[in-house]
Design a binder for this molecule. Structure first.
Ligand code: PAF
Length: 268
């Protein structure tokens, strides 16, 4: 496994990579969800590229960025075992040599769900993903469906800008109690972790969004939103308070009559 810090070095060697290239962009703190993306890429491509870059521009809250877990040594060992060939470890000055003068905005879906209380979040995500896709030029890029809104926006962005990449969505990997794997789970204290295990069940078992919202609140979670988008019920909650507050997202499939959906939602 090769590790590259310098993006101009990467750009010089990229044309020498033969065969199909699969790409998994991450912010590190790799868990089973990330590893499932890496394995899918390694199985379906000749070369797998992983990037680990904690993207400051997508954190609207500096405290959230400051506590983002950094587990680089274990990440690299796990990446090697998952079949990664190349790891990119750029820094801010290389990714944002323009000082974030150029930004990629989406004016509709990015303003809903997580966009409501995370202003600028999806602009940061789309901008960095566009840069990374241009650097790696993969045939396929892999994203987890836990971040359903992110996945949808990235897929739409690539279609909109005629980018020659297949955006592959991979199923959510869960803990035994149903909690979706997330780097943020490490930040939960014991009581928070117990409560977080009920998030998925309450989202999945409610008859509608309103009942899911009520159930989550009654269990002791602060609910940011519960909303069915197309065929998925999406939710975000905050568990704990003050310095110990952790924001989690999840989504579950729901049965929606297909003739009640706009065409683009059925396609998703
Ligand atoms: O999902 C993530 O980890 C990040 O949003 C991503 C796609 C790596 C962009 O920084």
């Amino acid at each position: 496994m090769n590790i590259v810090h310098c993006l101009s070095e990467w750009q010089a060697l990229r044309p020498s990579l033969g065969g199909s290239v699969g790409f998994v962009p991450t912010m590190g703190a790799l868990h089973e969800g990330h590893l499932s993306l890496l394995r899918a890429s390694a199985e379906n491509n000749d070369v797998t590229v992983l990037s680990i870059y904690v993207n400051a521009t997508q954190f609207n809250d500096p405290a959230d960025l400051a506590k983002y877990p950094n587990t680089l040594e274990t990440d690299l060992a796990a990446a090697r075992a998952a079949g990664v060939d190349w790891v990119l470890l750029p820094d801010y000055s290389q990714i944002y040599a323009d000082g974030y003068r150029f930004q990629l905005n989406e004016e509709s879906f990015s303003q809903q769900l997580c966009g409501i209380d995370r202003p600028g979040h999806f602009t940061g995500v789309l901008t960095v993903v566009m840069k990374l896709l241009n650097l790696v030029r993969p045939d396929r890029a892999y994203f987890g469906l836990k971040d359903f809104q992110q996945f949808t926006l990235i897929k739409d962005m690539c279609r909109t800008f005629f980018m020659p990449v297949e955006i592959v969505g991979c199923e959510i990997v869960r803990e035994r109690d149903g909690l979706a794997m997330s780097s943020r789970n490490q930040l939960l204290n014991h009581a928070g972790r117990q409560l977080a295990g009920r998030f998925n069940q309450l989202l999945a078992n409610a008859v509608d969004d309103e009942h899911a919202w009520q159930g989550l609140r009654a269990a002791g979670m602060q609910v940011a939103y519960v909303e069915t988008v197309g065929v998925r019920r999406c939710g975000a909650v905050v568990i704990g308070t003050g310095d110990e507050a952790v924001r989690l997202i999840d989504n579950v499939p729901v049965d929606v009559a297909e003739d009640s959906l706009p065409l683009q939602d059925i396609a998703r």
